[in-house]
Design a protein around this ligand. Structure first.
Ligand code: FPP
Ligand code: ZN
Length: 345
């Protein structure tokens, strides 16, 4: 079993994914394609090998997912727009310093209008698309993250957004998808991330002033004896929760409330040492989603397995050099021996 991060093998694994266009798996996952491109490209940046996927091809594919009827991005050409694909499209453009492409044909203004149109004016919660069938705190994070990347956060009601996030909080200190739904670590990331972007983290404290510690306590209970984290009580450990849990802890300044050494060992043990990529847990099949969350988790934890990685921004889910270049960074905890970008002069 590998005991360090197999950087060159993971670069090769991700570069090879682009060549599998004839496979059944490729055709069965078109609904996630732009998300997958975001996971793949961001991982390569964190691994220090952005050139392994050609920049022009990434930008061109992203623009080909534009749904001109809606004025936003779908997950694949000719698919309907959705907020999940829209955030990924904007993130891929930001990653490649290509947001200027949205200045053409009024696309940026149309995107802002589309995103704002998804907010429920009563609750402040967000729908995922224009069918307005489903609300989820995930969609609210996507909306505020995308608007911030477009320098347009002022276009949405901050007060309504904050209200909707707080309404999804539970007595155990965690967050659900909608008011009253079970706490889930994925929702901790989206809710804490959204509050960070909205400069409203102090709203977490609540009447007893203990809201942040209560949430951090719930998050720290996600660590299992094997070192891996689960997303909810009584569930199995999974590498992707390294991201959902660590990001929320980093934003709260409580990364030291879990054992980073044990978690790093768990992530590294879920690598495929023959073909590259990281799986949800050891001995399962690797995929690009868990490869991204494993690499990004190690980048937050630091130590020897993070050697050679670049710093990740847990608020915007992008390499820190991108959010620093854009001047949009928010505060988060950085462990002393984790990868760190130079401060802007
Ligand atoms: C759990 O996934 C994860 C969540 C519910 C959060 C998802 C967040 C987004 C899609 C927002 C955008 C994300 C980024 C990184 C920019 P799951 O459905 O696999 O949970 P399960 O383990 O319970 O099945
Ligand atoms: Zn997972």
């Amino acid at each position: 079993m590998a005991d360090s991060l197999l950087v060159p093998l993971h670069v090769k694994y991700i570069a090879a994914l682009a060549k599998h266009r004839g496979s059944l798996a490729y055709h069965l996952t078109t609904h996630l394609r732009l998300n997958a491109i975001y996971w793949a490209a961001t991982t390569l940046h964190l691994l220090g090998a952005p050139e392994a996927l050609p920049r022009d091809g990434l930008v061109e594919f992203t623009l080909s997912c534009w749904d001109d009827d809606a004025g936003a991005f779908g997950p694949f050409p000719q698919h309907d727009a959705h907020i999940l694909a829209t955030l990924s499209g904007i993130q891929v453009l930001a990653l490649n310093d290509a947001l200027g492409e949205l200045e053409k044909d009024g696309r940026k203004e149309r995107l802002v209008k589309y995103i704002c149109s998804l907010q429920d004016q009563d609750s402040g919660a967000f729908f995922g698309d224009s069918t307005r069938l489903e609300q989820d705190t995930r969609f609210l994070y996507c909306a505020v993250c995308a608007l911030s990347l477009l320098s347009s956060l002022h276009s949405v009601s901050r007060e309504r957004c904050v209200r909707a996030v707080l309404a999804a909080r539970n007595h155990d200190g965690g967050f659900g998808t909608v008011p009253g739904s079970e706490s889930h670590a994925g929702q901790a990331f989206v809710c804490v991330g959204a509050l960070a972007i909205l400069d409203a983290l102090d709203e977490l404290q609540g009447a007893d002033g203990k809201g942040k510690d209560k949430l951090a306590g719930w998050l720290s209970e996600r660590q299992l004896p094997c070192g891996g984290l689960n997303g909810r009580p009584r569930k199995l450990e999974d590498v992707c929760y390294s991201w959902w849990v660590l990001t929320a802890l980093a934003i709260l300044g409580k990364l030291h409330w879990i054992s980073g050494t044990k978690l790093s060992q768990f992530i590294v043990s879920a690598q495929d040492p023959d073909h590259g990529g990281i799986a949800d847990r050891p001995d399962n099949v690797a995929d690009v989603f868990h490869t991204f969350f494993g690499v990004a988790g190690l980048a937050m934890l630091g130590g020897p397995p993070a050697q050679g990685l670049r710093e990740v921004d847990p608020v915007f889910a992008l390499p820190a050099h991108v959010t620093r270049r854009m001047g949009i960074q928010k505060p988060y905890q950085r462990l002393p021996d984790a990868p760190r970008e130079e401060e802007a002069q």
